[in-house]
Design a protein around this ligand. Structure first.
Ligand SMILES: NC(=O)c1ccc[n+]([C@@H]2O[C@H](COP(=O)([O-])OP(=O)(O)OC[C@H]3O[C@@H](n4cnc5c(N)ncnc54)[C@H](OP(=O)(O)O)[C@@H]3O)[C@@H](O)[C@H]2O)c1
Length: 254
């Protein structure tokens, strides 16, 4: 029996990923912040899918969180899904700097460290898979989400490099780059009124299923949906000034 560790499973994409792995009979290690929700999720998944689920509550944006998780979780991890994340909206000069730095910690420092801890065992066993949740925000600089976009560009670049390095060691690394997706994400950051979230928004279960399939096929970069694929190709060929204008419009709150 293989086991998968998923971060940020108490809502949205992480919740859907947990169900997909459970359906395929993986034992699960779920790491999120809210123990009450985690316990409920464990009960639901164990009952529905007859698998073993271990749950751990950590604030993953705290310094050294990855080390604490690695030292606490006793299970062997065959698949790691770095999913936990959040968004902060607005002009950088007016933003809550502590929140922005928390984002850098969670999206970049924590993700890098957790990958670093678990990849060693995977390389030794010559097998393993890592799925990092980047974003369409990684395709171009993101006005009003400057730090978010930059952290997700890091995730995409880091994952693409590891994909190449680790292939020869039997470990596959994939980056999922969703566009606007129906989860708690937009509500928590109050960006539901932006053209990005009033336009084409994908269902979380669909995005997770595309990510899951891509991971199983050892894909390097996974871009779900025709609309997000269009955004990706446009960002490669359109003039930067044009892309900037479009993104400025898409991210402006009504
Ligand atoms: N939804 C989109 O449009 C979209 C688009 C592109 C990429 N993404 C990425 O997809 C990933 C999942 O987001 P989502 O859309 O599913 O949003 P979500 O519904 O808000 O889920 C985020 C999950 O991460 C957890 N989390 C956040 N900060 C945490 C922390 N400090 N410690 C532990 N857990 C933490 C949340 O737990 P709490 O509820 O306790 O905060 C929740 O379980 C993120 O990396 C996000 O950047 C989302």
């Amino acid at each position: 029996m293989s086991s998968a560790l998923i971060t940020g499973t108490t809502s949205g994409l992480g919740y859907e990923f947990a169900r997909l792995f459970a359906k395929d009979k993986y034992d699960l290690v779920l790491v999120s912040r809210n123990m009450e929700k985690l316990k409920k999720q464990k009960e639901e998944l164990e009952k529905e899918f007859s698998i073993q689920v271990s749950v751990y509550a950590f604030d993953l944006a705290k310094p050294n969180a990855a080390k604490e998780v690695f030292e606490t979780v006793s299970e062997q991890i065959d698949i790691l899904v770095n999913n936990a994340g959040f968004y902060e909206h607005g002009n950088f000069h007016e933003s809550n700097l502590d929140k922005e730095l928390e984002m850098v910690e969670l999206h970049n420092t924590f993700l890098t460290a957790l990958t670093g801890y678990y990849v060693q065992g995977m390389v030794q066993r010559k097998q393993g898979k890592i799925l990092n949740i980047a974003s369409a925000a990684a395709f171009a600089a993101l006005p009003y989400g400057a730090v978010y976009g930059a952290t997700k560009s890091y995730v995409l670049s880091f994952s693409k490099a590891l994909h190449v390095e680790l292939k020869q060691h039997g470990v596959s690394v994939s980056a999922l780059c969703p566009g606007a997706t129906e989860t708690e994400f937009a509500k928590k950051s109050d960006i539901e009124s932006t053209p990005l979230f009033t336009g084409v928004v994908m269902k979380a279960d669909k995005v997770a299923a595309i990510g899951y399939r891509g991971l199983m096929k050892n894909k390097n970069m996974i871009v779900p949906g025709w609309y997000t694929k269009g955004m990706y190709f446009s960002s490669k060929i359109a003039p930067v000034a044009f892309v900037n204008k479009i993104l400025l419009w898409m991210m402006r709150k009504k």
